[in-house]
Write a protein that binds this ligand. Structure first.
Ligand code: ADP
Ligand code: MG
Length: 637
């Protein structure tokens, strides 16, 4: 032992202290998971050493058999590994801070409501700090591979805001973690039988032996292997129970919950590899960050090579967790080699197919389960048709939408269903993209569609408009936005209707001109509408323009947006518009026209350039109306 003078106290990073508090409070009903986390770390450490030893076998020295040991001593539980170990600098970095940027964002998303936050904690893997759920003090002694015995370090903490560091000597390579179990509630973890059970439940499939001392019989005191020590994915499907699949998922995905589904394949042929993919039950908090972690681990001939192998899974499937174990890749692959590697590209293409197949089966066999999947990951899957041209149709078939024919905010309509119930003369798939379900459903532009009973898909997720601007057709039918300036109902509108429309447009030329003068640069055009039935006005967009709500989203996200000019359509059958025809007073005319424009912008989810002017104008007009009401005059005919 070194002199106490060398013992230095360090503060935990603020987030760590916060995490520790949250964890101790929220996980007391699930205490045993600490052991899974520590064994998982020990196994990771062995994996890392085995990988590094591929290029430098001196790292293994005279201690080549990687293993994990669990031992008791009075009120102490010790977990030891002879893996990669940590030096002082690494220990500070790994056990004093939270490095993963995603984790930091997790803290920003905490609400302060402990019940809610506790639910979230499970999503993000609790790791080493979960030791403090059961221990009132934790001592970590570690010696990194390749370092000498006197370069070891002791880390110690009671989990209350600081930890100490001290130099020490350690004869063996690796890490020894001692949990001091003085809490009454932690007593159960000093019972050998209980620990063996936890290991069996959570860590049976760990690919290194987990050893415990025999407590009775002839071999009393000897180290015995407790787990199966076979990498689960190498077994045949028939030899793996559902429970084992689930536990393995929790191990690799750091999830608390069972997975929703999985698919496991041994592929033989031109190249051989094993893949095991899982779909989680719940979306992780950083799902929307496209460049964040990819959940696929790469193994080569059973040796762990890397986490987050982004080349193995496209971004639009970033919610998938699992692994690929290749027999053909060289053991010394690097991320650079993976990029553009033919073997990897083949594995990736086949994996995508497998996952799409799994989703198709889920959608068919168990629509309820698929609805759950869709709720969590649908908005990510929608990136697929844009990014994966080859699989576009297959992915499009997996999408689910709300529609004017279902009228509920849970998207269940497939494109196939839509096409199936298209009207006889209909040749387009109509959709509307808006800020939310109600804004889509109640958009005034849907008037004519309702009247004619034409189905319109209601889209209200951020990704929708972007997706729709990249896909033009499905099953030979073009998509068209119900708010497009070039609304084309094709043969759904009769010849007479079209002629009548032209006549009405001709009759209102003067009104349209006068309105255009008032609105000036705020609009691209003013047009007589053929799509409005109940509302007096609406905003429509050219085929390549961005909708107003999309402009708003991008502006909010800090993009400098040139405001695209919308087209205003008016319903000449509406009383308000009829009234305009007869309005002689130019000021009052201007007020009414502005109001028609502004309400259309609001209904479309857009932003008013000058909201205050709008409110002022509205109030002025309302007070005029009420004055008129008192004197018995009727303004709106
Ligand atoms: P995670 O395992 O998700 O990275 P943890 O909180 O479990 O998060 O562990 C944090 C880090 O501490 C690990 O990434 C690893 O670098 C280091 N670590 C933990 N336990 C060990 C160990 N037994 N041997 C070597 N390094 C370890
Ligand atoms: Mg861990």
């Amino acid at each position: 032992m070194s002199a106490t003078a060398e013992k230095k106290t360090h503060e935990f990073q603020a987030e760590v202290t916060q995490l520790l508090k949250l964890m101790v409070h929220s996980l007391y009903s699930n205490q045993e998971i600490f052991l899974r986390e520590l064994i998982s770390n020990a196994s990771d450490a062995c994996d890392k050493l085995r990988f590094q030893a591929l290029s430098d076998d001196s790292l293994l020295g005279d201690d080549p058999d990687l293993k994990i040991r669990i031992d008791f001593n009075k009120k102490k539980l010790t977990i030891t590994d002879n893996g990669i170990g940590m030096n002082a600098e690494q220990i500070v970095e790994h056990l004093g801070t939270i490095a993963k940027s995603g984790t930091k964002e997790f803290f920003h998303s905490l609400t302060g409501d402990q019940a809610k936050d506790s639910q979230m904690i499970g999503q993000f893997g609790v790791g080493f700090y979960s030791s403090f759920i059961v221990a009132d003090k934790v001592t970590v002694t570690s010696r990194a591979a390749g370092e000498s015995a006197d370069q070891a370090v002791i880390w110690e903490s009671d989990g209350q805001g600081s930890y100490t560091l001290e130099e020490t000597t350690k004869d063996t390579r690796g890490t020894e973690i001692t949990l001091h179990l003085n809490k009454e509630a932690a007593k159960e973890f000093l019972e050998e039988f209980r620990i063996r059970n936890i290991v069996k439940t959570y860590s049976d499939h760990i690919g290194f032996p987990i050893e415990m001392k025999a407590s009775e019989g002839d071999n009393k005191g000897e180290w015995q292997t407790v787990n199966k020590v076979s990498a689960l994915w190498t077994l045949q499907k028939k030899d793996i129970s559902k429970e084992e699949y689930k536990e393995f998922y929790k191990h690799i995905a750091h999830d608390f919950e069972d997975p929703q589904d999985w698919i496991h394949n041994h592929v033989e042929g031109k190249q051989s590899y094993i893949s095991l993919f899982y779909i989680p039950k719940r979306a992780p908090f950083d799902l929307m960050e496209r460049d964040k972690r990819h959940g696929i681990k790469l193994y080569v001939k059973r040796v762990f090579i890397m986490d987050d192998a982004e080349h193995l899974m496209p971004t639009w499937l970033r919610f998938v967790r699992g692994l690929v174990d290749s027999d053909d890749l060289p053991l010394n692959v690097s991320r650079e080699i993976l990029q553009g590697n033919k073997l990897i590209d083949t594995i990736r293409a086949a994996s995508v197919k497998k996952i799409l197949g799994m989703l198709e089966r889920m959608a068919k066999k168990n629509p309820q389960e698929y609805a759950e999947f869709w709720k969590n990951f649908g908005h990510v899957l929608k990136e697929g048709p844009v990014e994966d041209f080859k699989n576009r149709d297959q992915i499009l078939r997996l999408l689910r939408f709300s529609s004017t024919h279902e009228d509920n905010a849970v998207p269940t309509v497939t494109l196939d269903e839509y096409v199936e119930r298209m009207q006889e003369k209909q040749d387009k798939i109509y959709y509307i993209a808006a800020e939310n379900f109600n804004a889509a459903k109640n958009n005034p532009a849907l008037g004519i569609f309702r009247e004619k009973g034409i189905e319109v898909l209601l889209m209200y997720e951020r990704v929708d408009e972007w997706m729709m601007s990249h896909i033009s057709e499905f099953d030979g039918k073009h998509f068209q936005s119900a708010t497009s300036t070039e609304l084309d109902l094709g043969d759904l509108a009769g010849k007479e209707e079209k002629q009548a429309q032209e006549k009405v447009e001709e009759q209102h030329k003067g009104l349209v001109e006068r309105m255009k003068e008032v609105l000036g640069d705020d609009v691209n055009e003013v047009k007589v509408s053929s799509r409005l039935t109940d509302a007096p006005s609406c905003i429509v967009q050219g085929a390549y323009d961005m909708s107003m709500h999309m402009q708003k989203i991008l502006k909010t996200a800090g993009h400098d947006m040139p405001s695209g000019k919308p087209t205003l359509e008016i319903n000449v059958d509406h009383a308000l518009v009829k009234r305009l025809n007869n309005e002689k007073d130019d000021d009052r005319f201007a007020d009414w026209v502005r109001l028609l424009f502004e309400q259309a912008v609001l209904a479309e989810g857009g932003e008013l350039g000058d909201p205050y002017a709008f409110v002022e104008r509205l109030n002025k007009m309302l007070s005029e109306l009420s004055n008129a009401g008192e004197s018995g005059r009727i303004i709106v005919e």
